[in-house]
Design a protein around this ligand. Sequence first.
Ligand code: C5P
Length: 317
Amino acid sequence: MRGLPRSGAAQPAVTVRAPAKINIYLGVGPRRPDGFHDLATVFHALHLGDEVVAERDEAGRVTVDVVAADGAMVDVAAVPRDKSNLAARAARALGRYAGVECGVRLTIVKRIPVAGGLAGGSADAAAALVACDAVWETGCGRAELATLGARLGSDVPFALHGGTALGSGRGERLAPVMAPARLSWVVAVADGGLSTPDVYSALDDLRGDAEVDPPTVPDALLTALRHSDVPAVGRYLDNDLQAAALQLRPRLQEVLDEGRQLGAVGGIVSGSGPTVVFLADDDRAAQALAADLVASGTCQDAVATGGAAAGARIVAG
Ligand code: C5P
C-alpha cells in the first residue's frame, strides 16, 4: 500500500487517450475451469481511441459521465454511469490500492463503438488508471497499473501497453511483436453490440465435445508482420470467435463479403464482434474503402484509421 498523495504539486485535471484494440489473430483454447478461455492472440492498437478527462474531487467521490466525441457515431446511452462503469471501477481499485482519499470526476469522451469487440471499456479503464495515477500522484508504475487492470478486464493490460503484441493467458500476458509501424484499417461499425460472454458461450456450443488444441499464433503471420508484408498479413487474419459472432449476427457475413469485394486486403470480425475490420493497402485505400462501405449500406458507419497506436497516455494536463 502507498501513502496519501503528496500535497501541492498535484495536477487538478488530466486528459488521457487510450486505443481501441483489434486482434490480427485470435486463437481461442478450451473453456477453463474459471470460465475464461486461454488465448493465443496478436493484439494491435488503433489510433481510433477514447479520451478520459479526470479531475480531482476533494470530497472523495468517484463519478463518471460519458459523452460522444465530435462527429463520432457511438451509442453513449449504452454505457453505464453508475458504479459498474469500468473506468469508475478502475479509479476505485487504484484508490484502494494506493490508499488515496481524494475522489475523481471522470468524463469519458467516446469514439470507440460500445460493445463492439474493440475493447472500448478496457480502454476507458486503462485511461482512468493512468489519469487517476496522475491527478492523485500515486506514482504507480505501468506494471502495477497492468496488474490492477487485469483484474478489471482481460484487455486492460494491452490498452496500457499499446502497439502490436502477442497475448496469452486470458489476454493479460503480453510480449512485443515486430510489426510494421503503420497498417491501414477500416473499422466497419454494426448497429448495436454483442455480449462478449455470449459469443464465447456460442463458440463453446459450436465446438460441443470436440477436442480443442491449445491455441498458437502461426509463425507465418509473425514472419509477415516482421517483413511488413501487408498482403500476407491480410491472408493470415483469423479469429476463432468469428463463427460464433456470425451465428449470433448472420448479417456480418454481408459486411465481410462487401469489404472483400471492394478491394480490402483482408477482413475479419474484431474480437467478439460485431465490428468488422478490414486491412487496406495504405491510408488512401482505407479512406476509399470506408466511403464505399458506407455507401453500400451494409454497415452503420465505417471509419478509416491506422495502427499501431501507443498505449494509454496523457495528452493534456
Ligand atoms: O475479461 P473480460 O471482462 O473482457 O471478459 C468478459 C467475458 O468474456 C468473460 O466473463 C468471459 O465470459 C469471456 N472471456 C473468456 N476468455 C477470455 C476473455 C474473456 O471466456 N480470455
